[in-house]
Write a protein that binds this ligand. Sequence first.
Ligand code: PMP
Length: 376
Amino acid sequence: MTAIEQLPLREELRGKSPYGAPQLDVPVRLNTNENPYPLPEPLVARIAERVTEAARHLNRYPDRDAVELRTELARYLTRTTGHRLQASAVWAANGSNEVLQQLLQAFGGPGRLALGFEPSYSMHALIARGTGTDWHAGPRREDFTVDLDAARSAIAERRPHVVFVCSPNNPTGTAVEPDTVLALYEAAQEARPSMVVVDEAYVEFSHGSSLLPLIEGRPNLVVSRTMSKAFGAAGLRLGYLAADPAVVDALQLVRLPYHLSAVTQATALAALEHTDTLLGYVEQLKKERDRVVAGLSDLGLRVTASDANFVQFGRFGDAHQVWRQLLDRGVLVRDNGVPGWLRVTTGTPEENDAFLSAVADVVDAAGASVTSEENP
Ligand code: PMP
């Protein structure tokens, strides 16, 4: 057996761990922010139809530019944000992770720097590393909002080529105000100018509205989205972005030819035909999210205000121990390594009941010792 250290691996990858949310077989899995509802049967049937048709042409490469899909995504974004978009301002790839990777391939890379405000989505830093881009972890306030003054100083000092703004932020659920994004954009333009990437993977679950209209007149602002959450299609692997068409042209320089399979394009188009039904599930999940927030507060726990389909809760003296105690009760949540806090994805009403009763049990068993006010 060859050990990884024996390979002529890039220096910066040595000793590093891969992304790894545990995929454990337990009754209640609330750790990866998936949508708990399977796709409705009429949509499953429509996917089969569309994929059957695509299968008849699989001897050929797919539409390299995915024009039909980008047109439908542009229609969805126009309808839900009120901001009129053409297909030329939309780009799609295999999950928004690939969209982010293409952005860093085009605008980051060796000798360049990306900056995000942590704790945030860990893949921003990991994709930076994978593309040879340096990473700087900018600060957040203790309540997990972006501290604008500190952010401005970090941008002015580090002069990043790419700035990540995650709204709603994973793992905290925190939304970012449009004025804050505008101020960050201005700071980033003054410093370099640099690209500002707003990651809106969870925006459909937000109380507020999308930041997408801010791309108007701001060619260095990008909004990335995904069908993994609101569309309940994490297994599909379809992410997309909206930006100035020049950004889309830039990404075509780094994308692999035919990166989006005909089967993926057909499936995503079928899902977009069922947008209204899927957004109906989102409304139910938002209510359930608010019920989970209330349930956790009733147990005397603290909850970070959430605009996403998950909730950050604490504060625990030893969050990992609580994670383990919940797992012992058949409930898998996420320990993102934020000291004192855990994150739970909103599930079905039954899963949320099971989660809340497991938490009650753990808090009961440990008494007050489980929570800690000292640990932020
Ligand atoms: N952005 C954020 C903030 C996420 O939490 C995730 C998935 N957990 C992604 C992007 C990537 O999602 P996908 O590649 O499935 O589109």
